[in-house]
Design a protein around this ligand. Structure first.
Ligand SMILES: [Zn+2]
Length: 384
């Protein structure tokens, strides 16, 4: 049994997964590093794609996120559920086991719980979160990651202490999704809260995220899953229309030296009068980052470029020792990014502001939550 627990932790340690819709999986696959990377598939065809990819490339890590969190809110009575062709189904322990077995039968490298969305803790006693962890701890299996799709407010104040406490009691590695109406890291105290969480919980994966994956891994997170498209870079509150897709995305690229995603149209504005920056990744081969149009082929090429650049950055992280060396490396990346922003503004004579999230990451890190610290109820009454 203990071997199994170590097995899944070792499988996930320092791993950078790319979260991608079923229809884009095959196009992303060639750019995923087999040894240090992998994929998390979403969408109705995720099980089929997972089986195909794992049959053809048994060495590639692939898992799936069934996205129950985009469709239903968790309750203490029904923390897990699934949309089926017969409608919504809440899952008891037996059915939950069947769903996890089903993922493994489709050759997923590990199973992921279909957890429903965990809203902000209004009552202050973390009832729903506790129900998720308690039920997951009844699973007698060592191949499963417990998904925690949480409101960003779990990263703030006393809720963070509850979150740390619950993740520490979990028998399985945990994958955290942060939900907000827009980038959750723009909310006050969330970047600090996430760092504190990562430093306090060594079996934490950051899931459905962006470059926060690197800040998290620099601060002790086990691994991360970065979204290939904008909608897969943070959690969304459940809505009936979620998952239907449809909206055509505008073209976005990762600009590694700036540590940020940018619309190609923005880059074209910035580089209207000077030579545009080029990229040496396997997709760009020295071409300009401003070249991408809104055509389907270019949207795909931009995605492949972004995946290449994520792994180039991850190679650097992966070559550092966890702890101070890795934190120093990340601090240097942020300092370089600040310098590139400054230079770019000077060269292009345009306003290039340094994003708030990057500013927050340049600040000193909070200490981990001590093992003994117990969250208190969020009231202001005197000592009892
Ligand atoms: Zn490139």
């Amino acid at each position: 049994m203990e071997d199994g627990i170590e097995g899944i932790d070792e499988l996930l340690r320092d791993r950078l997964l790319i979260m991608v819709r079923d229809r884009s999986a095959i196009n992303v696959l060639p750019h995923v590093r087999p040894r240090t990377g992998g994929m998390v598939l979403t969408g109705a065809d995720a099980p089929v794609r997972c089986r195909e990819i794992r049959n053809a490339f048994p060495g590639t890590v692939v898992a799936m996120d069934l996205e129950s969190h985009t469709r239903e809110v968790a309750t203490a009575e029904a923390p897990f559920g699934l949309r089926t062709s017969y409608g919504w189904r809440s899952l008891g322990l037996t059915e939950l086991n069947e769903i996890l077995d089903g993922q493994r039968e489709n050759r997923a490298s590990f199973a992921v719980t279909p957890t429903c969305f965990i809203p902000a803790d209004e009552t202050g006693d973390a009832t729903v979160l506790k129900a998720v962890i308690t039920e997951a701890n009844r699973l007698r299996r060592e191949d499963t990651v417990v998904l925690l799709p949480c409101s960003y407010r779990w990263l703030q104040g006393v809720s963070l202490l509850h979150l740390v406490e619950q993740i520490r009691t979990c028998r399985h590695p945990v994958a955290l999704i942060m939900q907000a109406d827009e980038d959750p890291l723009k909310r006050s105290r969330v970047p600090e809260g996430l760092r504190q969480l990562c430093r306090s919980c060594p079996r934490l994966l950051l899931w459905r995220t962006d470059l926060a994956a690197f800040d998290a891994m620099a601060h002790g997170a086990l691994g991360a899953a970065v979204g290939a498209s904008a909608v897969l870079r943070f959690g969304v509150a459940p809505r009936p229309e979620n998952g239907s897709g449809g909206r055509k995305p505008y073209t976005v690229v990762l600009v590694r030296r700036l540590l940020r995603y940018l619309r190609v149209a923005t880059l074209q504005d910035w580089f209207a009068h000077i030579d545009p920056w080029t990229c040496d990744c396997a997709v760009c081969k020295g071409a300009a980052l401003t070249r991408f149009t809104d055509s389907d082929a270019d949207v795909l090429a931009a995605l492949q470029h972004t995946v290449c650049e994520l792994y180039a950055l991850h190679d650097e992280l992966d070559s550092t020792l966890p702890g101070h060396e890795r934190e120093d490396w990340w601090r240097q990346q942020l300092a370089d990014s600040w310098e590139h922003h400054r230079l770019l503004a000077a060269q292009t004579d345009t306003e290039v502001s340094f994003p708030k999230v990057l500013q927050a990451w340049r600040r000193p890190s909070p200490l981990p939550v001590p093992m003994t610290e117990k969250p208190r109820r969020q009231d202001r009454s005197g000592p009892s």
